[in-house]
Design a protein around this ligand. Structure first.
Ligand code: ADP
Length: 346
């Protein structure tokens, strides 16, 4: 385990106009799991390749516990990578697969046997030493691949979309297992994923990678509830933005006035946002309301999702069950509780 510092990393590939990573900085504390979220092509894999040493940055530095690792060859850096596919050796047993790293390090057969048994217990698959990868399910293969990564006691565990090929139940199960094991062993880890739910459930902090830089980094709940900018807000599922003049606690939008909590803040052009599950829909609502027309209403199991047209704006609201199905075209009130409207900085 180690504190990992990525300092002003820049990387471009030949033929590209803009760099993939542009002065990218991120610190991961010892024993912390930080997830990296970002659209496809935003440079997440490139970053992992720089850390493992498969690629070299154009500028910047990578420190493990304060020491640069850039001049250290990839196999000596102590960073291990777990991929979307398990990539196990098909003709080797589970024990041989997991023990491979220890064998390369010169460990005795007996040590390998003891360590493999211990790690199989830890990943919840005791007694499968003799099996071949082909006789394991996808989830079991990924557990074995995690065991193989962990047996060498890495300084840093890099998880590159490790669960994205698994079905939902297996995936949830493994999310919990990885998180538990990472905590138990106190390993510093970086998780790359495009799944917001996965990032929120597994990480201590979540970083959003946009245009080669960290656009925002914070605890998942904080980023989810109060993202700093509209770019980040969109990424965490917010699509209602209300613009207007702020005057004495009132946001004057082109659709009508709404009360907002501002702590005396005055602005000629502010943008407030609200999460879809904080918007209320109904005919009895009285406070902080605008009126709109139902465009769409969908039952989603735990909630009903409404699309409501308010002048030129379409608002998406998610109301927890029990919620009414409202026919298309019906005129309805939409409430934006002041305590849930928050200002964006950009
Ligand atoms: P992500 O993992 O976020 O999807 P990548 O790091 O794989 O993003 O890629 C970032 C960008 O760099 C993409 O536009 C991709 O096409 C480009 N890229 C990645 N690897 C190479 C390479 N070896 N040569 C040229 N361009 C590359």
């Amino acid at each position: 385990m180690a504190k990992v510092e990525l300092l002003n990393l820049s990387k471009n590939y030949p033929g590209r106009k803009t760099p993939v990573l542009d002065q990218f900085s991120l610190t991961v504390d010892s024993g912390e799991l930080v997830s990296l979220l970002g659209p496809s092509g935003s440079g997440k894999s490139t970053l992992l390749r720089l850390i493992t040493g498969i690629e070299y940055p154009d500028s910047g530095d990578i420190l493990f516990d304060g020491k640069s690792i850039l001049s250290i060859p990839p196999n000596k850096r102590g960073a291990v990578l777990m991929f979307q596919k398990a990539y196990l050796f098909p003709f080797l047993s589970v024990e041989e697969n997991i023990g491979f790293g220890l064998k390369v390090q010169g460990a005795t057969k007996q040590t390998i046997q003891i360590e493999v048994a211990k790690i199989l217990d830890l990943i919840g698959l005791p007694g499968i030493e003799r099996r071949k990868p082909a006789h394991l399910s996808g989830g079991e293969q990924q557990r074995v691949s995690l065991a193989r990564a962990l047996i060498v006691r890495p300084t840093l565990l890099l998880l590159d979309e490790p669960l994205s090929s698994l079905d939902t139940a297996v995936r949830q199960n493994l999310q919990e297992a990885i998180r538990r094991i990472q905590h138990e062993l106190g390993i510093t880890a970086i998780l790359v994923t495009h799944d917001l739910g996965e990032a929120m459930g597994m990480s201590d902090r979540m970083a959003l990678l946009l245009e080669g830089k960290v656009a925002a980094i914070d605890e998942p709940m904080k980023l989810f509830q109060k993202p700093p900018s509209s770019q980040v807000a969109k990424f965490v599922g917010i699509d209602t933005f209300l613009k207007g003049r702020v005057n004495h606690g009132t946001l004057e939008t082109q659709h009508g006035n709404l009360t907002v909590r501002t702590n005396g803040f005055v602005s000629d052009s502010a943008t407030f946002a609200i999460r879809p599950e904080h918007i209320e829909v109904g005919s009895e609502l009285a406070e902080n309301i605008l009126t709109g027309v139902v465009k769409d209403c969908m039952y989603r199991g735990e909630y009903v999702e409404y699309q409501i047209q308010i002048d030129t704006m379409v608002v998406r609201a998610r109301v927890a069950m029990p919620a009414a199905m409202i026919p298309h075209g019906e005129v309805i009130k939409v409430a934006f509780p002041a305590e849930h409207l928050f200002p964006l900085t950009a």
